[in-house]
Design a protein around this ligand. Structure first.
Ligand code: UT7
Length: 332
């Protein structure tokens, strides 16, 4: 690849997040299923999660994240050309959550659509936004990762219900200033492994019926141990691809944000990249696994807390149901 190809064409101009107020601790879950705080912490790293109150939906959090990101970027909603929401828990099957956000914030000239890539949804969105800005078909793109996973969580399945939380994170992308921005990005899938992490009913194969509800088919089902192995392998693969594409050695990386699914997965990837702990951002203890929202929530937190500094070279890596995975290497 030529040096010109490595030059960033798009950059992140602002970030934001929308986090529900209600907190559910591991001790709270001990009262619902046969589990312990100790097991959850040791096996996943999670201590608590934020859960959206009844009567509210995905777009309520997405709108908060979007408005914060726009303010941070110094832009108005009417400046946006495209809005992309990565989610598998939209307000409703259609219209898209992106269209709901578009209307609510007044992004009058923006095209809007959702993408379904589970936990990789935000990075799939970043890849698309970079491509659109690179090609000149858009100037300002809002990418949101938002998920209300607790609405599709089986509170009788201790293998999954202790893991998930709700939230939204957003980033506004625009033209690069020439030095800062997206250096490389990568995305991939393997649908042969769909059955390891999925929700069976609620679509055209098994529309909602009394039977699908009785059979508890409207919840997330996951083969945790299998998914774990694939998550480590594919996220390491995605990290290597983004670094190689940009011609950058892992030693020259300043910061890593992975999808926050399990602290042991994050540690395994960091080890493979030989990254010291202080270069790896972890907030799973506070939010649990928020799927497509986990990377943008972490990115926003790391920027606002000053952990992710200007001048840092930061790698984002995700993996999720599908299977899908992806990465983006960004010069801040
Ligand atoms: O976001 C998309 C990607 N998702 C992921 O990357 C998640 C990947 N998977 C994981 O993070 C882990 O596999 C889990 C955290 C889900 C599970 O951890 P694990 O170490 O793989 O545990 P396991 O499923 O192998 O279960 C070990 C034991 C089992 O008991 P036995 O069969 O050994 O007697 C489970 O029944 O732990 C038991 N167990 C629990 N015990 C207490 C499972 N869930 C719980 C629980 N509390 N909540």
């Amino acid at each position: 690849m030529t040096a010109e190809a490595h030059k960033p064409k798009s950059m992140i101009l602002g970030t934001g997040s929308g986090i529900p107020e209600k907190i559910v601790t591991n001790q709270d879950l001990e009262k619902i299923v046969d589990t312990t705080d100790e097991w959850i912490r040791e096996r996943s790293g999670i201590e608590r999660r934020h859960i959206l109150e009844e009567g509210k939906a995905n777009s309520d959090l997405s709108i908060i994240a979007a408005e914060q990101a726009l303010e941070d970027a110094g832009l108005k909603a009417k400046d946006l050309d495209v809005i992309i929401v990565g989610t598998v828990t939209p307000d409703s099957p259609f219209p898209s959550t992106a269209c709901r956000v578009q209307a609510a914030i007044g992004a009058v000239k923006a095209a809007a659509f959702d993408i379904s890539a589970a936990c990789s949804g935000f990075l799939y969105g970043i890849k698309l936004a970079d491509s659109m800005i690179r090609s000149g078909s858009a100037r300002y793109v809002l990418v949101i990762g938002a998920e209300i996973l607790t609405r599709i969580t089986d509170w009788e399945d201790r293998g999954t219900c202790v893991l998930f939380g709700d939230g939204a994170g957003a980033a506004v992308l625009g033209p690069s200033d020439g030095t800062r921005g997206i250096l490389s990005s990568y995305f991939k899938s393997d649908g042969r492994l769909a059955h390891l992490l999925h929700m069976e009913a609620g679509g055209s194969r098994y529309p909602a019926t009394h039977e699908t509800v009785d059979k508890r088919m409207h919840f997330i089902r996951m083969e945790g141990r299998e998914v774990f192995k694939h998550a480590v392998r594919t996220m390491s693969d995605a990290a290597t691809h983004a670094l190689e594409q940009a011609g950058i050695h892992p030693d020259d990386l300043d910061f890593l944000i992975t999808h926050q699914a399990n602290i042991r997965i994050i540690e395994a990837i960091s080890k493979r990249l030989k990254l010291p702990k202080d270069k790896v951002f972890i907030n799973i203890q506070e939010y649990g696994n928020t799927s497509a929202a986990s990377i943008p929530i972490a990115l926003n937190q790391a920027r606002r807390e000053g952990a992710l500094k200007d001048g840092f070279r930061c790698l984002l890596v995700a993996f999720g149901g599908g299977f899908t995975w992806g990465s983006a290497l960004i010069q801040f």
